[in-house]
Design a protein around this ligand. Structure first.
Ligand code: NAD
Ligand code: UDX
Length: 471
């Protein structure tokens, strides 16, 4: 049997397109399907619709050979042994995931099945979705012998998606029989056997031939819960450190020292302890809500997740109040906003704290000039076109004559900014940093009034410390 697997990936978004490109780089033949005709046309013509490191190179290498793009789902399914579903599962009513895109795709797959297929649930879904997919296939007249459904959640992060996919901490496969698990072992064989890492031109990362990726086989329900629980746990870590940051500020402690001290405990670890504006993005907010909903449906108390959400929401208000506290009135104030994406290294603005804060500042009458290295076009689609909302094509132009500068996204470019030049550009040397990109002592030596998260604010020599605005 050939080691290469013929694969169809349905959905060419952040997960589907990355999966398609990576599976092609692993030596499989991949057909990527989307019902968005403009997107497929763009992909066929050599375009890359999302900002993701290594993606343009991988697509250029495999387009037209190991990876092709189409809107014709039935043909793609017919030609494939494994069918990955990677469509969106947005937040629906009452927090539950909206699975209508998944169901629509499954109905289309059902009409196309003529021989045995392994259907791979790649989208993030609540527990028992695997059973529902099976049921929908039966309802559309597909026999048990013609398919298996495997849960294979995806753990990639935007911005590092390609490296995360090809060098995963773990690959989780929830399967109900050995036949389907074996197909997934073949799909991921180049990573778990290490051959991919020895291949010339492979994308470098933490795995190697000697230390290949690990694959964990579980029940389908366990695999589904592993994904929701992982995201909920990471969101909880962020809310925890943000709550501690607010305490740190109240007692003159420093959250960066505290996070370092906590993170050195090997049981806790240093990652996901960065205090700031709270988590955003297309995953954590909706997955925390969906996981809570699943627990409630089963009569299980996961109220903890409601607190995680509340702390996250509060974090944006806390920041808004810092801006007010530093500037007094907001109407007519000119503010430079650095960052629009929900985090650095991506053009994604879904559930971006930066966008939410800017909307609130616009409502308060501030005049904003924003800059983001990758997300400006997408932000323009959701921020209201208004006379007080402007964009600049570099951070210094955004800062020109502004009353203060806000850091809203943790782009490396912002961390490496020329502080002296920034100071010259600003009308007043005031920086309110929602991502703790700078050291307070350094900001003080550059003559800034510097307000950040979970650390004491430092004030420009001529300024007194303002009284706190109550949250
Ligand atoms: P996305 O919105 O970027 O992409 C979804 C794509 O599916 C779109 O291009 C859309 O046109 C296409 N689509 C929808 N219905 C279709 C249909 N009937 N036929 C063909 N194509 C169809 O979504 P995403 O961010 O890639 O997320 C996909 C899933 O992966 C979600 O469940 C998400 O929770 C999960 N996930 C996302 C990430 C992430 O970082 N974005 C990480 C891990 C898991
Ligand atoms: C997340 C998960 O990490 C990933 O495993 C899953 O597959 C999809 O959801 P992503 O949303 O791409 O990935 O980004 P991530 O790096 O996890 O950041 C999510 C949000 O949390 C961002 O808004 C980020 O700024 C914020 N964050 C992250 C913090 O505020 N502090 C941290 O320490 C880490």
């Amino acid at each position: 049997m050939s080691k290469s697997v013929s694969i169809c990936v349905i959905g060419s978004g952040y997960v589907g397109l990355v999966a398609a490109a990576c599976l092609a780089d692993m030596g499989h033949r991949v057909i990527c399907v989307d019902n968005d005709e403009a997107r497929v046309k763009q992909l066929c013509e050599g375009g890359v619709p999302i900002f993701e490191e290594h993606l343009p190179e991988l697509l250029a290498k495999h387009r037209g050979a190991n990876v092709t793009f189409t809107t014709r789902l039935a043909e793609a399914v017919e030609q494939s042994e494994a069918v990955f579903i990677a469509v969106g599962t947005p937040q629906g009513d009452e927090g539950a995931a909206d699975l209508s895109y998944v169901e629509a795709v499954v109905a289309e797959i059902a009409r196309a099945i003529k021989s045995y297929k392994v259907i791979v649930e790649k989208s993030t879904v609540p527990v028992y979705t695997n059973d529902w997919i099976r049921r929908v296939l039966h309802r559309h007249g597909v026999d048990n012998e013609q398919f298996d459904v495997v849960s294979n959640p995806e753990f990639l992060r935007e911005g590092t998606a390609i490296v995360d996919f090809l060098h995963p901490d773990r690959i989780v496969v929830g399967a109900s029989n050995e036949r389907s698990a074996e197909v997934l072992r073949r799909v991921y064989g180049p990573l778990t056997g290490g051959a991919y890492y020895a291949q010339p031109g492979s994308v470098p990362g933490p795995c190697s031939k000697e230390k290949p990726a690990r694959l964990l086989v579980t029940s389908t329900q366990s695999a589904e819960i592993i994904k929701h629980a992982s995201n909920a746990f990471l969101a909880m870590k962020i809310s925890f450190i943000n709550a501690v940051a607010n305490l740190a500020e109240a007692v003159d402690a420093d959250i960066e020292d505290i996070a370092a001290g906590i993170g050195l405990d090997s049981r806790i670890g240093p990652k996901f302890l960065r205090a700031g504006l709270g988590y955003g993005g297309s995953c954590f907010p909706k997955d925390v809500a969906a996981f809570h909903w699943v627990a409630q449906e089963r009569g299980v108390n996961l109220q903890l997740l409601e607190e995680v959400r509340k702390i996250n929401d509060t974090q944006r208000e806390v920041f808004f109040n810092k801006v007010r506290s530093a500037l007094w009135t907001l109407r007519g104030k000119r503010l430079a906003a650095l960052g629009l994406a929900f985090k650095g290294d991506t053009d994604d603005i879904r559930e971006s704290p930066a966008v939410e804060i800017i909307k609130k500042l616009l409502q308060a009458g501030a005049v904003i000039t924003a800059y983001d290295p990758a997300a400006m076009e997408r932000a323009k689609e959701v921020l209201p076109p208004a006379a007080n909302m402007k964009y600049a094509d570099d951070p210094y132009k955004a800062a020109k004559d502004a009353d203060a500068l806000l850091i809203l996204t943790d782009w490396k470019e912002f961390a490496a900014i020329d502080l002296a030049r920034l100071n010259r550009a600003l009308r007043f040397p005031i920086i309110i940093d929602g991502r703790n990109l700078y050291k307070p002592a350094e900001m003080q030596s550059h003559g800034f009034t510097y307000v950040s998260v979970g650390r004491q604010a430092s004030y420009h020599a001529q300024e007194g410390k303002p009284r706190k605005v109550p949250v």
